[in-house]
Design a protein around this ligand. Structure first.
Ligand SMILES: Nc1nc2c(ncn2[C@@H]2O[C@H](COP(=O)(O)OP(=O)(O)OP(=O)(O)O)[C@@H](O)[C@H]2O)c(=O)[nH]1
Ligand SMILES: [Mg+2]
Length: 252
């Protein structure tokens, strides 16, 4: 297998990294990077692409060549959303960033919400948090444009995470979060590699005694590009969630 491709290696020092995993996001990646640069000018940006056949990586690499605050990692072969997010978080930690925000690339997560997520990690006069979730399930949060089937599936996963996995959150499946990267050092073991990473990550943070808060967001269904969440992915995620349930109730 060919090696992974990285954009320039001389990252400027920074505190906040905003990262997005991409698979076939040709129409979204450049506008997303532009919107993020405007919304959080102090942050650096990272795209983790799994060698999308539609040329997403080439567009991102062009952006990186023109802007020292934009970075790209192109991995060979599709390796899963969870593994991409985790690789980005670990890279951010190894580069000395204190905080990372991860989000989908399809504009379901609004770049303008990033500052609110960051602020929730360090509320003025309040207790700091380890993870701030962009949440559709707290007052003020909502989801726009979904079919009833997706609402039901999302509700079930969040219900399962709260009442079977015992993680005290309301929106467990969203992929828009700010993370204080120190917490990574306290999360041992193998994470779920696919979409179940979202619940798995919170499960590990909670077990490690990490503090999780939820910030209301409006989630808007994607307008451009196609969904990657297929049947095989759903089946794999269900298997991984049942594995976590077994460990929650029977140890391991
Ligand atoms: N690097 C990488 N990114 C992925 C992979 N699978 C999905 N993604 C990205 O993960 C994010 C979430 O995927 P989506 O396809 O939007 O999943 P979804 O929101 O459940 O589905 P939609 O309703 O169509 O948006 C997007 O930015 C995808 O491009 C993968 O295997 N590797
Ligand atoms: Mg999406």
């Amino acid at each position: 297998m060919a090696d992974d491709i990285r954009s320039r290696d001389d990252w400027p020092p920074g505190r906040v990294l905003v990262q997005t995993a991409t698979y076939k996001e040709r129409e979204n990646v450049a506008p997303l990077l532009d919107a993020l640069r405007a919304a959080v000018p102090e942050a650096q940006l990272l795209v983790i692409d799994d060698d999308s056949p539609d040329g997403t990586a080439a567009i991102a690499l062009e952006k990186a060549a023109a802007d020292p605050a934009v970075h790209v990692l192109v991995r060979r072969g599709r390796r899963g959303l969870g593994s991409a997010i985790l690789e980005g978080l670990r890279l951010a930690r190894s580069r000395g960033f204190a905080v990372a925000v991860y989000m989908d690339a399809d504009f379901s997560h609004d770049p303008a919400d990033v500052p609110r997520l960051l602020a929730a990690l360090e509320p003025v006069g309040g207790r700091p948090a380890d993870v701030a979730i962009g949440s559709r399930r707290v007052p003020g949060g909502r989801t726009v444009g979904w079919t009833w089937k997706r609402h039901v599936a999302s509700w079930l996963v969040s219900w399962f995470t709260r009442w079977i996995l015992w993680v005290p959150v309301r929106d467990a499946s969203g992929g828009f979060r700010a993370v204080r990267l120190e917490i990574l050092d306290r999360l041992p073991g193998e994470f779920a590699r696919g979409y179940a990473f979202q619940e798995d990550f919170l499960w590990r943070v909670h077990r490690a005694g990490g503090r999780i808060v939820e910030v209301p967001i409006t989630f808007t269904d994607r307008e451009r590009g196609a969904s990657k969440a297929d049947f095989a992915e759903a089946r794999r995620s269900i298997g991984e969630l049942l594995g976590l349930a077994r460990r929650t109730w029977f140890g391991g």
